[in-house]
Design a protein around this ligand. Structure first.
Ligand code: R5P
Length: 312
C-alpha cells in the first residue's frame, strides 16, 4: 500500500519532497490549539495498514513535540503499519551530560521519548559530541545524513580562495571534511563557553588564513555568539569579512541580525530549519534516507534481510 506523508505545521515543503521521492500520498492532518492551549490532532487521510511518515523538523522543539507525539500515537491507534519521523533538525543533543549536579540528561530522556513514539527516524548532522552515535541513545533505527558535501559545494561556488574555519575543537569532524571537499585549507579555533551568551575563541596558528577568504563553518548557530566571537578575532587580525555557513540555523531572537551587523559577508544555512538564510538544500538527502528506512522496515517485517527490496 502507498505510504502516507503527514506534514506537521511549517513542514509542507519537506513533506512534498519526501512524498515525491517515495511516490507516497501527501496526507491531510488537522492540528490546532484549543482555547485553553491544549493541542487538537486529527489525521484525515486513512492510514490503516500503511506506512506513515511524519515530516517535522524540530528546532524550538517544546511547542512541536507534544503535537508530534499525539500524531504518532493517533497513527498507531488508526492501524498504521509503521510510523517514521523525518526530522532534519533533531534537538536535545547538546545537554548530553549533567554539567552541574541535578541537571536532567535531556539528550537521553528526549531520545527515550521519541524512541517510544515512532519506529524509525532520519535526520541531518545530529550534534553528536560526547554521545558518539544516535544508536547510543535511540533504541529505534536512526539514520543521520551529512550536509558537509553540500556546504562544500556552496563554498566552492561562491567563495574565492576560501579557508574553512571551525569555531571549536569538536567542529573539526565536519570542518576538515568540508574543507577537503571544497579544496580549501582549514583551521579550528579554541573555544571557551562561559555562558549562553559568553564565548571566547583563540587562534593558535594564523598561517593558513593568509591571502584567503575566511568561511566560518559550524553545525548549529543558536545565539550566534560563537560565530561573533570568531568574527571579532578575525577582525582584530585585519582579515576579510567572513562568510558564516551553518547546517542548522536555529537563530535565537536577533542572532542572524547580529551576525549581519557584525559584518558577515553572508550568512548561509541549509534548509534543515526554514529560514531566510537557507541556500543549501538537504531535503533530498533526508527523503532518500527515508526511502531506505522504509525499505529496511518492510524487509524486516517480511523476515527478509534489510535491503532485499520490498516494493512501496
Ligand atoms: C557547539 O557545540 C555547537 O557546535 C555550536 O558551536 C553552538 O551550538 C553554537 O551556539 P551559539 O550560536 O549559541 O554560540
Amino acid at each position: 500500500m502507498t505510504a502516507v506523508v503527514l506534514a506537521l505545521p511549517g513542514n509542507h515543503a519537506l513533506a512534498e519532497r519526501v512524498a515525491a521521492e517515495l511516490k507516497a500520498e501527501p496526507g491531510r492532518l488537522d492540528i490546532r490549539r484549543f482555547p485553553d492551549g491544549e493541542s487538537y490532532v486529527r489525521i484525515e487521510t486513512p492510514v490503516a495498514g500503511r506506512a506513515v511518515l511524519l515530516a517535522a523538523t524540530l528546532a524550538r522543539p517544546d511547542d512541536k513535540v507534544f503535537p508530534l507525539l499525539l500524531v504518532a500515537a493517533a497513527a498507531r491507534d488508526l492501524g498504521a503499519a509503521s510510523v517514521g519521523l523525518v526530522a532534519p533538525y533533531l534537538p536535545y543533543l547538546r545537554q548530553d551530560r549533567a554539567f552541574h549536579p541535578g541537571e536532567a540528561l535531556s539528550a537521553r530522556h528526549f531520545a527515550a521519548l521519541l524512541s517510544n513514539a515512532v519506529d524509525w527516524l532520519v535526520t541531518v548532522d545530529p550534534h553528536l559530541h560526547r554521545i558518539h552515535a544516535l544508536s547510543d541513545i535511540y533504541t529505534i533505527p536512526a539514520q543521520a545524513v551529512h550536509a558537509g558535501p553540500r556546504l562544500a559545494e556552496w563554498i566552492r561556488a561562491h567563495v574565492t580562495r576560501p579557508v574553512v574555519i571551525g569555531p571549536d575543537a569538536e567542529s573539526r569532524q565536519w570542518v576538515e571534511a568540508v574543507a577537503h571537499a571544497a579544496g580549501a585549507p582549514w583551521v579550528v579555533l579554541n573555544k571557551t563557553r562561559r555562558g549562553d551568551y559568553a564565548v571566547d575563541v583563540q587562534l593558535a596558528d594564523a598561517a593558513p588564513l593568509r591571502d584567503r577568504t575566511p568561511v566560518l563553518v559550524d553545525d548549529i548557530v543558536s545565539t550566534g555568539q560563537t560565530m561573533i566571537a570568531a568574527m571579532r578575532l578575525l577582525a582584530r587580525r585585519a582579515l576579510p569579512a567572513p562568510y558564516c555557513v551553518a547546517v542548522h540555523g536555529i537563530f535565537a531572537e536577533g542572532a542572524c541580525e547580529a551576525l549581519v551587523a557584525e559584518g558577515a559577508a553572508a550568512v548561509v544555512t541549509s534548509n534543515s530549519v526554514p529560514h531566510v538564510t537557507n541556500a543549501i538544500d538537504v531535503h533530498d538527502l533526508v527523503a532518500r534516507a527515508a526511502v531506505t528506512m522504509l525499505d529496511a522496515g518492510r524487509s524486516r517485517a517480511a523476515g527478509a534481510p534489510a535491503g532485499a527490496g520490498a516494493g512501496p
